[in-house]
Design a protein around this ligand. Structure first.
Ligand code: ZN
Length: 184
């Protein structure tokens, strides 16, 4: 098992747009394995590559720890593209391994259709709703350099500013390995 340090709010890579994956090689396979290890160790249900310091367009999801989804099989999304979003939206409280101890309700489309490559680089199309749609959109946003806290009202953002600065300055206690300030 290899744990990678999780990048935190303020790390530049979390504002970068991810780079398209061109080939399946040992580097990519290792990255994906390590992303799962890192996500499980931190009790996360989704993780994007820039959250472990990689610029690749990849995220992993496993929502099986959530009661109603216990049958869910872990999924890898490579070069994902959301091709449809429902008009119907829904609010849900989100958190993020890169923004520890901060939660806020985010309104997002209830359903999405996403095109992506699976871990064998075969093209897939998935229609997702509710929690899965939520996690896919959250991780997809990471690959565009967007935090969930960008999606809340300015007023709410102001309230979180202090906490976000604490995270940026590594003043928040986190019980999984995190990046050193300034490395990413
Ligand atoms: Zn996140």
């Amino acid at each position: 098992m290899s744990l990678l340090p999780v990048t935190l709010y303020g790390d530049k890579i979390l504002r970068h747009k991810a780079k398209k994956v061109e080939k399946l090689d040992i580097e990519l396979i290792t990255l994906i394995k390590n992303m799962f290890d890192t996500m499980y160790n931190a009790d996360g249900i989704g993780l994007a590559a820039n959250q472990v310091g990689s610029p690749k367009s990849v995220f992993v999801v496993d929502i099986s720890p959530v009661k109603e989804y216990s049958k869910f099989e872990p999924m890898v999304f490579i070069n994902p593209l959301i091709i449809e979003s429902s008009e119907e939206t829904i609010g849900y409280e989100e958190g993020c391994l890169s923004i520890p101890d901060v939660r806020a309700e985010v309104i997002r489309p209830k359903r999405v259709k996403v095109k992506f490559l699976s871990s064998d680089l075969k093209e897939q199309i998935l229609e997702a709703d509710d929690l899965l749609a939520r996690v896919i959109q959250h991780e997809y946003d990471h690959l565009q350099g967007i935090y969930f806290t960008d999606k809340i009202s300015e007023e709410e953002q102001k309230k979180l500013k202090k906490d976000l600065n604490k995270i940026k300055n590594r003043k928040t206690k986190v019980d999984y390995p995190v990046s050193e300030k300034g490395i990413y």
